[in-house]
Design a protein around this ligand. Structure first.
Ligand code: WQD
Length: 341
């Protein structure tokens, strides 16, 4: 059974990907430093999977620690690299923390398995596009100057991977997946998004408002040049996103795939903030208390992905709709309210 290292595997997207890897017949090996995740997700995964996945607690910035990982896990067929700091606002406040963590961990990992024929999936982001000139945005759209150090680490990491492949020295194959906005939760409601403190992202703030943890939700601006004036994003169900990682591994397992490629991972449709609120109320029957507030600095007005390449080359497309995203996020919020981890 092919062994896949999943760094950041106890995080939101990582944990959902562990489930889909096992469903697809892979053996995931979770590596996580627990800096932004909860070790109890391992128990939750065990409930879903009926067995406990392999887990190593490790900070990938610790070079000696990563060398020990190699001796513990020498036969790795693939790596899915999620482990990184990812809060846009925090990255503006503490850029060096972001550059150190996100680059030391990536380079340590790449060096450690450098001589092995490993299929490497990199967790990238639509933030590399900034505010695209054309919508939907395609993978060959010009990459704009990043709006934050976080976005910059994703852009530079893609360049590091491309340069490594171009040098010809390694036996890696690499696919970068540019995520749009991951939301929702596994159908079991046993795993989901666990924001630390006050949620920065829209959907966890919506569900925490609905459950009464937050008094109201503020829509950051309704004076944009969009149909209803609120910002537009490409929200994708986290389970669909997780399945894209399995598709990426399968594509690299084909002899015909060599080198490096990049794919947009979204639905190909744009949804506004006010439409998200509507979809949440419609699919859950819950009434949301929201107000219109000022724009949030750094927000792009509208971005959604062209997913033609992912459909035709990766052989993947989304199956779950916005109502399912909202209903699953709500089921998880209710579960975690009654079963705090
Ligand atoms: C979505 C929309 C807000 C909160 C995220 C990640 C980023 C990247 C892409 C991975 C915006 C509005 C939000 C609120 C609101 N993912 N909003 N009230 O900014 O698109 O970026 O997805 O790399 O890392 O951060 O997502 O959920 O923060 O905001 O009106 O209380 O919801 O203005 O228009 P964003 P978000």
């Amino acid at each position: 059974m092919a062994k896949i290292l999943v760094t950041g595997g106890l995080g939101f997207i990582g944990s959902h990907t562990v489930v889909e890897l096992i469903n697809a017949g892979y053996e995931p090996v979770i590596v996580d430093d627990l800096s932004n995740s909860n070790v109890k997700i391992l128990d939750q995964l065990t409930k879903i999977l009926g067995r406990k996945p392999i887990f190593h607690q490790l900070d990938l910035c610790d070079e000696a620690g990563v060398k020990q990982l190699l001796s513990a896990e020498p036969d790795i067929d693939g790596i899915i690299h999620f482990a990184a700091f990812k809060a846009v606002g925090e990255s503006v406040e503490f850029p060096l923390k972001y550059y150190r963590n996100n680059f030391y961990s990536l380079i340590n990992l790449l060096n450690t398995y450098y001589s092995k024929p490993v299929n490497f999936v990199f967790s990238s982001s639509c933030t590399v596009y900034g505010q695209p000139d054309q919508l939907p945005v395609t993978e060959n759209a010009s990459v704009k100057p990043a709006e934050s150090p976080y976005g910059n680490t994703k852009q530079i990491a893609e360049e590091i991977l491309k340069d490594m492949i171009a040098s010809g020295g390694s036996r890696y194959k690499v696919i970068a997946l540019r995520y749009f906005n991951p939301v929702g939760a596994h159908e079991s409601a046993l795993i989901g998004e666990l924001p630390v403190g006050v949620p920065q992202n829209l959907v966890p703030f919506v569900t925490q408002t609905a459950i009464g943890k937050r008094e109201k939700i503020t829509v950051f601006g309704n004076d944009y040049h969009t149909p209803d004036g609120s910002c537009i994003r490409d929200y994708i169900h986290v389970v669909d996103l997780a399945k894209a990682h399995v598709a990426a591994l399968k594509l690299m397992e084909q002899e015909s795939f060599t080198g490096y490629d990049v794919f947009n991972i979204g639905t190909g449709k744009g949804t506004s903030v006010l439409e998200i609120i509507d979809a949440f109320e419609r699919s859950t029957g819950e009434k949301l208390n929201f107000v219109i507030g000022p724009r949030r600095p750094g927000d792009v007005e509208q971005v959604w992905g062209d997913v033609t390449k992912s459909t035709n080359v990766l052989g993947w497309k989304t199956e779950l709709d916005i109502d399912t995203m909202m209903a699953s996020a709500w089921a998880w919020e209710k579960y975690i309210a009654n079963n705090p981890l």
